[in-house]
Design a protein. Structure first.
Length: 312
């Protein structure tokens, strides 16, 4: 009875927290200029934005993050989480607060559910179950975030050769770099929206008065992809020394396609090794059962028949 009461109390507290956070989110007033500045700061991962978000007050989300930052190691963990959210393409100003709140709610729910399921078991099993639930609540959300980061990077990697090739073609028509990147982002918006958004963010940062080299450095930090780092270095050096960028981009696009083909060939080569374990564990036993069991049953039947027929 006590376990059921505690479970319903935890569920009610979780529901109240969700409703309260939703009310606080919808009570925010729209300010397009402020939203745009905050978006640029989030895309650039400005340290000052992180510090401001850790202050007390300013709504439920900010207060919640401030309380989490008071936990030993909480500030550093939130900074790492914020960086991973940015690398996963999730860069709105409430992303960190929503992720942290969701992580906390998931932990509370899974602990309460495990406590409810283990209510009639011995104390040792209850402790083991609670430790397992705590470990799962601690590990699962970061693993999901890591998966999102890998998926976002993979999309950028796949979109890079075609986008770089199109950028070189547009630059060959006589457009400046900013206009060319803006045009490419518009053309690629429905094909490769992730990379188009990254290019558009770089152009907006340059138009806002930021140096192009710094904007590309922030692009590299946001994505964490080595090919984009090479592309940014090529563009900055071409602008600094006055060399032809369109021809360099054409050669670079060809090298990116070659790298993509080599990665595909490596993945195909690894497929045989990866299929070895499922074959040994699942296919071969079933094959043995299908091929050997009828013969074994026939031999056993013949032996029983022979023994039964030869008996006096």
């Amino acid at each position: 009875m006590l376990a059921a009461v505690l479970f319903f109390l935890f569920a009610f507290a979780t529901l109240v927290a969700l409703v309260w956070s939703s009310v606080q989110l919808f009570r925010e007033q729209e300010n397009p200029l402020d939203d745009r500045l905050v978006e640029l700061q989030a895309n650039a991962m400005v340290t000052g934005a992180r510090v401001a978000r850790r202050k007390a007050g300013g709504g439920f989300m900010n207060s919640f993050l401030y309380v989490i930052s008071l936990i030993p190691g909480g500030e550093e963990r939130m900074r790492d989480t914020e960086r991973e959210l940015a690398q996963a393409g999730i860069r709105n100003r409430s992303a960190l607060a929503r992720y942290t709140l969701g992580h906390a709610i998931f932990a509370v729910l899974i602990l309460a559910g495990m406590f409810y399921l283990q209510r009639d078991h011995p104390l040792s099993q209850e402790v083991g179950g609670m430790l397992s639930a705590a470990l799962l609540a601690y590990v699962l959300p970061p693993q999901v975030l890591h998966r999102l980061v890998k998926r976002y990077r993979k999309k950028l990697q796949e979109a890079l050769p075609d986008t770089v090739d199109l950028l070189g073609i547009v630059l060959g028509t006589g457009l400046a770099l900013d206009q060319a990147m803006l045009r490419v982002s518009e053309e690629m918006q429905y094909i490769y929206p992730e990379l188009a958004s990254e290019f558009y963010t770089v152009v907006m940062q340059v138009k806002a008065g930021q140096e192009r080299s710094k904007a590309f450095q922030q692009l590299v930090r946001r994505t964490g992809i080595e090919d984009i780092k090479s592309l940014a270095a090529m563009i900055v050096q071409s602008e600094r020394f006055g060399t032809s960028l369109s021809q360099a981009l054409k050669v670079y696009a060809d090298s990116l396609r070659m790298r993509r083909r080599l990665r595909s060939e490596a993945a195909v080569a690894k497929a045989g090794i990866k299929m070895l374990f499922p074959i040994i564990l699942f296919i071969l036993p079933a094959l043995f059962v299908i091929t050997l069991v009828p013969g074994v049953l026939s031999v056993l039947h013949d032996l029983r028949t022979g023994i039964g027929g030869g008996a006096p």
